[in-house]
Design a protein around this ligand. Structure first.
Ligand code: TXA
Ligand code: MG
Length: 313
């Protein structure tokens, strides 16, 4: 299969492929997603196959907004408040799915709760509207690899395995959505592109700690694997190591700086692209310390997973 690269004015080609049960990657403000109709079990199973994703890991439903969410799931008052405050945007809510919602069983992999997200990217919104129903969209990368932030990243990982990718340029946020469980007390399931502090400010209370059973099933520790080994919280590179900096500092080579000015949003935008680039230039990468506040939580989470030892397979 040759994978098409569609320009924004070819959006209807992506919509046509999706309506026919085929796979199309598209930009969101966080990372590129691999889309398929959420009501088509065969299409959803093709997503798992293309990514080589474990069948136990459920998919996020991408929707237009709150009204669709109410038709699909039972939203708690906290979920409603968060959706009103942050949708469309980099926030995913997990809520009990309603009977008759029409979601393909393989998308939920037996979970009684569905993950819902209304992406802010105009091309994502236009695509969901053109298809006329929810789209499943995991990050458009082979399972376990770094998430794509450009159409070229998608082609590098999934070219030949999907019908096409809609090119919306570089993603503005750069890390995946924050996932909040709203089945019981709101709980952080995955730190991401929306800061926990902003969410807690709307709730007026701290988020609950997710126990292991509640945590997003896909959050196994080794993920975001790069070709290079990572060493975190480093003061300086050792001989042979590339350097991933944050904030002002000396220029080693090879090096990338996530944000010379120490801006966490800029660092999130650069994280996956810089990791990809450095992994092509060095066998090992030393990473500067990054503060554990705001988007720094998501940055540290992704870096820790990328640095984790490989699981025995
Ligand atoms: O920003 C994002 O969220 C991107 C863009 C494309 O929207 N999508 C994304 O999808 O990151 P994915 O599949 O790479 O990560 C989704 C995470 C996985 O860890 C999965 O286990 C979790 O969400 N998840 C999905 N459905 C769930 C559910 N019903 N309950 C709990 N966790 C769920
Ligand atoms: Mg992913």
């Amino acid at each position: 299969m040759t994978t098409a690269l569609w320009t924004p004015d070819q959006l209807e080609e992506a919509a046509t492929a999706l309506r026919a049960g085929r796979l199309a990657a598209f930009p969101t403000e966080t990372v590129y997603g691999l889309g398929a109709r959420a009501d088509d079990d065969a299409a959803v199973r093709r997503v798992f196959a293309a990514k080589r994703r474990p069948a136990s890991n459920p998919l996020i439903l991408h929707i237009e907004g709150l009204e669709t969410a109410r038709r699909l799931a039972r939203l708690s008052p906290e979920a409603e408040a968060l959706a009103r405050a942050f949708w469309p945007g980099p926030l995913t809510l997990v809520a009990p799915v309603l009977e008759g919602a029409g979601i393909a069983p393989s998308a939920l992999v037996g979970q009684r709760a569905a993950a819902l997200r209304a992406p802010a990217h105009p091309l994502a919104q236009a695509l969901i509207a053109a298809v006329g129903g929810p789209l499943v969209a995991p990050s458009a990368n082979p399972s376990g690899a770094v998430s794509p932030v450009t159409a070229q990243d998608v082609l590098a990982g999934l070219g030949g395995r999907i019908d096409g990718v809609l090119d919306g340029g570089r993603c503005a946020v750069g890390v995946e959505s924050t996932i909040i469980g709203c089945v019981g007390a709101p709980a952080l399931l995955r730190p991401g592109g929306l800061a926990v502090e902003e969410i807690e400010a709307v709730l007026g209370a701290p988020l609950a700690r997710a126990d292991a059973a509640l945590r997003a099933p896909g959050m196994r520790s080794r993920h975001y694997a790069t070709e290079a080994r990572l060493r975190l919280n480093a003061a300086a590179p050792r001989p042979g190591e590339g350097w991933l900096g944050f904030g002002p500092g000396p220029d080693w080579t090879p090096a990338r700086n996530l944000s010379p000015g120490g801006d966490l949003a800029e660092a999130a935008r650069n994280l996956f692209a810089d990791l990809r680039a450095l992994a092509g230039e060095a066998d090992a990468i030393a990473v500067a310390p990054i503060p554990e506040t705001g988007l720094g939580r998501a940055l540290n989470d992704r870096l820790r997973r990328a640095a984790a030892p490989r699981e025995p397979s």
